[in-house]
Structures are given as C-alpha cells and as structure tokens.
Design a protein around this ligand. Structure first.
Ligand code: BES
Ligand code: MN
Ligand code: ZN
Length: 499
C-alpha cells in the first residue's frame, strides 16, 4: 500500500472511497461529514435519524455516492464517545475500515487524520495512528499460498488536510507511523515464517539484510566463538539440533559517546520442541514463533535506525533450535554458563532462560546503561495474564514505568509482575548454583528471577510475550498469527530515552 499526504478538501477527491467520522451522541453534523452529507442529499443524516448510524466505535457504514461526489463510496466510521477517543482506537477503526473496503473490492481510499484535535490527540499522532492502523490492519502472510487471494490489495491511501500549513505535521506523523508499522510487519513476517524457513541462519541473513539497508553494524558469532566465549548455557540448548546456532549482534550508533545506552535482547528459538523434555504434539506448531522476541528486537533496531534518535542501541539475538537427539541436552545435566554459574537442567523445555542467561551476561560484560530482554518465555505468563498483556519484570522501577508508558502509547498493554526475593528460593539446586525450573507455582516469576541472576546490577527489564506474540482473532489492527508485539513499544522507549 502506498500512502501519501496531500492538501485538499476530502469531498473533492476522486477515489474508491472516502472515510468520514461520526461520534456517538453527536447532535449535529459539522465539518467534512456535513459537507459530504449535503453532497449526498442528506443520506447520512437520514441514516442517523433512522438509527442505523449510531457512531459506536468500529461501526462502519458504506454509502454509494452514485455520482454525487467524485469518490465512488463514503465510509462513515464510528469513533465512539468523543471524550473516550484514543490514538489506539483510531488505529483500530482505520484498520477495520480498510479491511472492509478491501473486501468490497476498493483499491484506493482517502481519509482525514481521524481523531485529530479530539481528546488530546494531536494532528501528528492522529496521522501516525491512521498510517499504522492501515498498514497493520491489511497485513497478511500469504508467502506460502499459491492460490490467488479472494480480494485485491488496497493500492493507495491518501491522508488529506485542507490546511496547507499542516502539511509538515502530517508528513512527520505519516513517516513515524510508516516506519513503526513496517517494522512491526517485518517482525510478524519473521514469526509467521515456519521453522524450516526461519532457521537461525535465516535470522542471521535477515539481520544482514537489515544491516545493509539501514546502516547497522553486524557481528554474527558462530559455534566456535560461542565456545571461545564459554557460552555453556546457550551451547547446551544448541546440542540437539543440526542447524548451526547464531549469536547475532547489531549496533545502531546515533549518540555522541561510545557507551551503549540501551541493549535489546531477544529470545531466538526458531523452533521449540521442548528437547528431550518433549512437548505434547497439540499446538506444537505454534513453537515456530518462539523467536518472536528476537524478531521484535531486530525489527525495533531497524526502525530506530530509520528514525535516527541521538542514542546508542545494541540488539542481541541468540538463535538456535531446541530439539531432541542422541546428542541433546538431558534433564539432570549441569551446564556452566558464561558468567561461571552452574545450572542444573530440570527440564530441557526451559531453554529460553538458558540462552538468555548467556546473552544477558554478554551485555553485562559489554556494558549498557539499560537492558531489556523480550521472550516468549513461559506458559505460566499466559495463565497469569491471558493474551491481553505482556508481563514486565525487572530490577529498576523507573525503567519498568518507562516501558509501561511506551507500551500504552503503542497500544501494546504491559502489566508489571512481582519480583520479591522469596521467589528465588524455588530456583535453588542441590547439585549446582541454580536450577532452570522453579516449579509450577509462579512460573513466570521464577523464570524472571533466574534471568535476574545473569542481568547483574545493570538496570534491566524482562518482557514475557508468550501470551501476546500471537493472536487467533482478527481484531482492530491485529490479524490472525503474529502480532509484532512489542516492536512499537521498544522504539517508543528508545525515542523517549534519547530525549
Ligand atoms: N517457549 C516456551 C513458552 C511458551 C509457551 C511460549 C506457550 C508461548 C506459548 C518455553 O520455552 C517453555 O517451554 N516454557 C516452559 C517452562 C517450564 C518447562 C518450566 C513452560 O512454560 O511450560
Ligand atoms: Mn521451551
Ligand atoms: Zn521456548
């Protein structure tokens, strides 16, 4: 989809459909919807008085203009109650409208910056929200479907403002929205890609492509370098797989100093069978998405490279498969992590914390002011929070608060979980320094406590996205499959830290 911003009157545009808005409880029409209504000889006001158009959030009504307007159709999109509008609701309604129009065969749409000036939404954020909603909402993953799609693509979206002076603001909002949405869709593509395509090597190849395109520095450590560095925890997980593991490091340097400001670490298990502690076969296919954290940090740093904040960011993705074989890690085995800590393996299915242990320790030694890891780490987090929000765990309240705020701005909900020291007891081992499973009770928290042992004193936050990285419902700007969470949160956070 191509998006452009132009100065014009929306009722004068020749296109497949124009979108105008109606709010719940609105007494009288004004602005663009009033002009449109007049051109349609009162068709909109009639539907309102008959109660067909109520203005409820995500209510969409399509009217054919039958030559009364240059546009073939008018879509009246309900935005709900004025005072309750948010940037995220704008994203959602734009997505729903674009999908509905696409289904009707429309391939070009014009809209205003919906929601601008309402409930504290600036023109720039409204334009950003419209852009994100459109690009995220019409996303589909059809790479492996040979049959032609039932409907065509929306080729063009035009965002219109009648005031010439607003154009630079619109362009800024559009640019930010486009970068954020495309990065999110990149992460979705990587997660939706099956494990026979998205191997650790393919993750490294993707990193290479991004590094070349956006001018990032890239190093990829092979097994030999992992051995030299003593990454025993990561190497333990890789043992069952024939696919060569990759430890991917990307750098964005926008700051003046040489110090790393933010390190983003993402779990890159390209397939999690559980290993010798093998998972039940039902829904095991979903474990192709166990690299969603790695995809998110890779996509986030590529967006950061395009938005160019004055800050230094590093992304680290330990990538490997977790498979059983005669050479695989076994329950009862003891590994020595790069930090020197020994780990008793209770379950080979608790592999995420093992590969992250060495990645976090790598960052700790490298030095970074802030460290955030993102991982589809525990089923327990899905039990605790459902699929509504990501769990946040950390050792620094200020950083946690900033991440939650960055998530709210993105419409990616995050809930903080407790990190009381008492939970650490569950990870105590009789035969090693620590064990990799602390029992079923509070499983998401004991996993985070395990990671905290390797984060050291660096201000650190762990985001458990096991429940939020995939969705089985098409709703608002999410479609079935990968969500791309928390790419936009991470970018917002880095932009806010750069200020
Ligand atoms: N990748 C899984 C966690 C997961 C579960 C992600 C469901 C997405 C959806 C992780 O590696 C895992 O297997 N965790 C175990 C830990 C247990 C063995 C302590 C789990 O949650 O069952
Ligand atoms: Mn696992
Ligand atoms: Zn896993």
């Amino acid at each position: 989809m191509e998006i452009k911003v132009i100065v014009d009157d929306i009722t004068k545009i020749k296109t497949g459909a124009i979108i105008v808005n109606f709010f719940e409880g609105m007494e009288r029409l004004d602005g663009d919807i009033a002009t449109t209504d007049k051109a349609l000889d009162g068709a909109i006001s009639q539907l309102i008085s008959q109660g067909e158009i109520k203005g409820k959030l995500n209510e969409i009504t399509i009217i054919h203009s039958l030559g009364k307007l240059p546009a073939a159709r008018v879509a009246i999109a309900g935005l709900g109650k004025q005072q309750e509008l948010s940037q995220d609701k704008v994203r959602g309604v734009v997505a729903e409208t674009c999908r509905l129009l696409r289904q009707k065969g429309v391939n070009s749409i014009a809209t205003i910056a919906q929601g601008a000036g309402i409930a504290g939404i600036s023109l720039e954020s409204a334009t950003q929200a419209v852009t994100e909603g459109a690009l995220l909402g019409v996303y589909s993953f059809r790479r492996h479907i040979t049959k032609e799609a039932e409907y065509g693509e929306i080729k063009q979206l035009t965002i219109v403002d009648a005031d010439e002076a607003n154009l630079p603001i619109l362009e800024q909002g559009y640019h930010k929205g486009k970068v954020l949405a495309e990065a999110t869709n990149l992460a979705r593509d990587m997660v939706n890609e099956p494990a026979n395509y998205m191997t650790p090597n393919q993750m490294a190849e993707t990193a290479k492509r991004l590094a070349e395109t956006y001018g990032l520095e890239l190093s990829v450590f092979e097994r030999e370098q992992m051995q030299e560095l003593g990454m025993g925890a990561l190497l333990g997980v890789t043992r069952g797989s024939r696919q060569p593991p990759k430890f991917i490091v990307l750098h964005y340097r926008g700051g003046d100093s040489t110090e790393i400001d933010v390190a983003l670490v993402g779990k890159g298990i390209t397939f999690d069978s559980g290993g010798i502690s093998i998972k039940p076969s039902a829904k095991m296919d979903e474990m192709k998405g166990d690299m969603a954290g790695g995809a998110a940090v890779m996509a986030a740093i590529s967006a950061i490279a395009q938005l160019k904040p004055k800050i230094n960011v590093m992304a680290i993705i330990p990538a490997t498969e977790n498979l059983p074989s005669e050479n695989a890690l076994k329950p009862g085995d003891i590994l020595t992590a790069m930090s020197g800590k020994t780990i008793e393996i209770i379950s080979t299915d608790a592999e995420g914390r093992l590969i992250l242990a060495d990645a976090l320790d790598y960052v700790r030694k490298f030095g970074a002011k802030f460290m955030i890891d993102v991982a589809t780490l525990t089923g327990a987090c899905v039990i605790a929070l459902g699929k509504v929000c990501t769990g946040a765990f950390g050792n620094n309240q200020e950083l946690i608060d900033r991440i939650i705020a960055a998530g709210t701005e993105a419409g990616e909900l995050i809930w903080q979980m407790p990190m009381y020291d008492q939970y650490k007891e569950q990870n105590k081992s009789d035969v090693a320094d620590i064990k990799n499973v602390g029992g079923r009770e509070g499983g998401a928290i004991t996993a985070a406590q395990f990671l905290s042992e390797f984060a050291g004193d660096t201000p650190w936050v762990h985001l458990d996205i096991a429940g939020t990285s995939m969705t089985d419902k098409e709703k608002n700007y999410l479609v079935k499959g990968a969500t791309g969470v928390p790419v936009r949160t991470l970018v917002n956070l880095v932009l806010s830290l750069a200020k």
